[in-house]
Write a protein that binds this ligand. Structure first.
Ligand SMILES: NC(=O)c1ccc[n+]([C@@H]2O[C@H](COP(=O)([O-])OP(=O)(O)OC[C@H]3O[C@@H](n4cnc5c(N)ncnc54)[C@H](OP(=O)(O)O)[C@@H]3O)[C@@H](O)[C@H]2O)c1
Length: 229
């Protein structure tokens, strides 16, 4: 995935799909939204807003048209949406989802024992899943300047070349990227996204946190990973 423009499928036409699709189109990529209702008024309006040759089709038609698929649907509908993609062997899936739900106490909690990213890879074993963008708000993806400073996008995935290619693409949006490791650590990235929701839960609607990460220093002497105490 060099800086050359590509045809990219964006599955889901909500906040994330619309923001990412809009940015991709403005960067010169050909966007095809994959929607359960490609002819609906809302989808047609999004296609028009996106411009730059964007189109909408069914999820399987969109996926078939692209080698890169941005997966931007709610966790509750993720498995059904994955099943609607058809064969995606050999394709790159950029997973932006978070397996979160509201717990009984009104706080966010993980809705999976593993993570959405790992689940999608398990459901689509012939594809290569890279998790990115899941810790960034849709409005910041649409306009990174809204964050008021640099924003890091942590990325995980099992295939080094695909991960590098996705990182290159994410950087063209105006974000820094940090390679956190293999896809199994999608669960850490998905937990990170919870902090985004904390101000909302407290009614602090004007407040938000953004991640800006850098490499730090490991301890000189380590006893390995163990519980504190
Ligand atoms: N909102 C954020 O700022 C943000 C930030 C980081 C990560 N995320 C993650 O990104 C994912 C998408 O979030 P979002 O905020 O874009 O959601 P959203 O605004 O609700 O949009 C989700 C889209 O997914 C599609 N979809 C497919 N199956 C669905 C189903 N069973 N139920 C509902 N929608 C379905 C719909 O498009 P069609 O009707 O066209 O099929 C819908 O517009 C979530 O996993 C979320 O955790 C969100």
């Amino acid at each position: 995935m060099s800086n050359a423009t590509k045809t990219i499928a964006v599955i889901g036409t909500g906040r994330m799909g619309g923001a990412i699709g809009g940015r991709l189109a403005s960067l010169g990529h050909t966007v095809v939204y994959g929607s359960r209702s490609p002819d609906s008024e809302e989808t047609v309006a999004l296609v028009e807003k996106t411009g730059d040759g964007a189109t909408a089709a069914s999820p399987s038609e969109a996926a078939a048209a692209a080698d890169i698929i941005v997966f931007a649907v709610p966790w509750a509908g993720a498995e059904e949406a994955v099943n609607s993609l058809g064969t995606v062997d050999g394709k790159t899936i950029i997973d932006v989802t978070n397996a979160l739900s509201f717990g009984a106490h009104g706080l966010m909690e993980m809705a999976s024992d593993t993570s959405s990213g790992e689940s999608i890879q398990k459901w689509l074993p012939g594809s290569t899943v890279v998790k990115a963008f899941n810790t960034v708000g849709f409005h910041v993806i649409a306009n990174p300047d809204a964050a008021g400073g640099p924003v890091s996008v942590p990325i995980v995935g099992d295939d080094a070349d695909t991960k590098t290619a996705v990182a290159d693409l994410v950087q063209t949006f105006g974000f820094e990227t940090i390679d956190v490791g293999p896809l199994v650590h999608a669960r850490a990235l998905e937990m990170m996204s919870m902090i985004y929701i904390v101000p909302y839960l407290q009614g602090r609607k004007e407040d938000a946190f953004e991640y800006y990460l850098r490499r730090g220093a490991a301890p000189k002497v380590s006893a390995g990973v163990r519980a504190a105490g």
